[in-house]
Design a protein around this ligand. Structure first.
Ligand SMILES: *Cc1c(COP(=O)(O)O)cnc(C)c1O
Length: 385
């Protein structure tokens, strides 16, 4: 039971701070004020403006995605990505139970139903074996695509998530999707700057999405982005997220039910200033994670380190306690002392609105949900003396 106090001491030592420590606070140390002010001075604060284009361009360069479409948040990015992957009302999307609720919510926003499979201990992301097993045990190939036997629903897509910025085994997941003919959409909301080998998270599947919420690595206040290498999908993404308006100098012609999902220029201005600092953010966070890793190794507390062949952004660092009771004591001791720690999300299959959804066995999800704790992981810029 003393390990709860070890955690508190290690976090304080690693940050070199006796004051309160947030889980992940944004840092505005660059051109944020100047860029935001310039949008106000230009009056282009809304859905048209140079910063939106620049933000998309910077993201394309950073991630290697051929096309990036900025959106109002990560949830709307996912919603749109699923529609663009041809997910239709009443269909199933296979995702992981261990995720932030937005992943499963977006599936429902797209009219579909999430089915849950297990994650792996090493990546905390979707297990390709659990995905394959779910498809083999519960689904069959038909002329109209893959069908879930018990419900008769078509399985439209697979939606893995790169938990805490740790890249999941996306190549193996893509292989399973290719064998079954499922569209692959990646929730890379937490994984800006994370790579497996040289490939950025969210750029393997047909579509991938990012989030720029205030607690993410880089923030636009609220914001998101869709990534794709397909020019036809990219054009459709831009069209549908901007009310499906047919370009014309003055006419209001719309040729589909569109969405108002375009990121405002005001938010994009903040995002451009944040992306200019991403290398410094990543350097800080990777060094922090390495210091945590060494300290927790000495204390014999498992630290969730990046899997082999990956380069993680360490958005949120995580440790694994020995039991649910030890996890709870750790949360109490640290939060009482002003060091903000959090348990992982309640798994989706335990929430009332998803309790009846189709699912495979979830032993790793349940073990992680009971024992994992996120520890302070934010970038700290030294206060001038
Ligand atoms: C943050 C996040 C999102 C998107 O959240 P928004 O607040 O809508 O930007 C989606 N999925 C995961 C896993 C997330 O962590």
């Amino acid at each position: 039971m003393t390990r709860a106090y070890d955690v508190l001491k290690i976090v304080r030592d690693v940050y070199g701070s006796h004051g309160p420590l947030p889980l992940h606070a944004p840092v505005f140390a660059g051109n944020e004020m100047a860029y935001v002010q310039s949008t106000i001075e230009s009056t282009f604060v809304s859905s048209v403006g140079a910063y939106v284009d620049r933000f998309e361009q910077m993201l394309a360069e950073l991630t290697g995605a051929a096309y990036v479409i900025a959106t109002t948040n990560g949830t709307t990015a996912l919603h749109m990505a699923l529609l663009l992957a041809d997910v239709a009302p009443g269909e199933l999307v296979v995702t992981q139970s261990l995720s932030f609720v937005a992943t499963a919510n977006a599936v429902v926003h797209a009219g579909a139903l999430p089915a849950f499979v297990d994650v792996e201990t090493t990546t905390l992301g979707m297990s390709p074996d659990a995905l394959s097993e779910f498809l083999q045990q519960h689904c069959e190939r038909t002329d109209g695509g893959v069908r879930h036997r018990e419900s008769g629903r078509r399985v439209a897509a697979c939606l893995p998530m790169h938990s805490f910025g740790l890249p999941c085994r996306i190549d193996e997941i893509a292989d399973v999707c290719a064998r079954w003919g499922l569209a692959l959409v990646e929730d890379a909301a937490e994984a800006l700057g994370s790579r497996r080998d040289t490939r950025h998270c969210g750029t393997t599947g047909k579509l991938g999405t990012l989030s720029f919420n205030g607690n993410k690595l880089c923030t636009t206040g609220g914001g998101g982005a869709i990534m794709t290498n397909d020019p036809v999908i990219a054009r459709r993404a831009k069209h549908l997220t901007t009310t499906a308006k047919v370009p014309h100098r003055w006419r209001f012609e719309h040729d589909a039910i569109g969405y108002n999902f375009r990121l405002p220029n005001l938010n994009a201005a903040l995002g451009c200033a944040q992306l200019e600092q991403i290398d410094a953010f990543l350097t800080f966070k990777r060094a922090l994670a390495e210091r945590y890793r060494q300290a927790f190794e000495i204390a014999d507390i498992p630290f969730v380190a990046e899997p082999p062949h990956t380069h993680a952004n360490y958005w949120l660092c995580a440790i694994l306690l020995g039991s649910e009771a030890e996890r709870d004591l750790c949360l109490e001791v640290t939060n009482d002392a002003g060091v903000m720690t959090r348990p992982i999300w309640d798994p989706m299959h335990t929430l009332p609105m998803f309790a009846q959804n189709p699912r495979g066995p979830l032993p790793v999800t349940e073990r992680m949900a009971a024992r994992l704790v996120n520890i302070p992981s934010g970038v700290r810029i030294e206060e001038p003396a």
